[in-house]
Design a protein around this ligand. Sequence first.
Ligand SMILES: [Mg+2]
Length: 287
Amino acid sequence: MVLGSGATALIQLGTMSIKQIQNLILDMDGVLWHGNRPVPGLPDFFDQIAALGLRWVFATNNSSKTRQQYVSKFGGMGVTIDPNQVMTSAVATGHYMQDAIPAGSNVYILGGDGLHESMSEAGFHVLARDDYQTPAAAVVAGLNLETTYADMSIATLQIRNHGAKFIGSNADSTYPTERGLLPGAGAVLSSIETATDQKPIVVGKPFPIMYQQALKLLGDGATLTNTAMVGDRLNTDVAGAKGVGMRSVLVMSGITQPADLEASEMKPDFVMSGILELAAELAKVHK
Ligand SMILES: [Mg+2]
């Protein structure tokens, strides 16, 4: 297998036909943009898949933003979306916790606006940023670019002193930006795990709950066999899709390098250079 040769940019690794794909679950970082820089042709991609009659939702492990903040981010890139198309790991974590801890419990958040909003929406009482004395039923951790040592200390004290459950929105090791790869939520979880000797329960990709909730968001008729997860990470996007039996498309516009794919046991159903190639391939079979 030779990747990146240009002549054979589309690589089909499984036996399925791309024609089966009627619905897309789109990862965002590394697929639609890098930080605040959209990939080339982003609005065109959505025009093209809309014209083909496909349905799509977004599923991101990034828990730092609210759905409305994503609407604004897309708007700034010339794309109009509905907030209800967005499944973040923060939203999925809120749903998970409604089953995992008693309604209305105190929670401590080591994370951003997305987790604050989803915990409030799920009916939990969010403790103040410096409150280590009021016991929390859970510490919920994700990526927040403003996290400090003081915040990490409160999270550690809540788990060590009060026995709070340790829940992570996602475990991505890195976070891609214009500058390069920065520490992701997984790095935050590791720091608290090291400090507390507790392993977190993780909700985001590659765990099944995100995929199940994204399928629900797509609506009637969306199934594991007519829906594809489109992402740039083998160990989250693709691994999670395989885990639930869903189709997967790996795009080479983000974190995965050709050598990574060759070395990995984890093989997606399709490999594409990016979303424009995906739209072009779908257009060939959905005319
Ligand atoms: Mg990504």
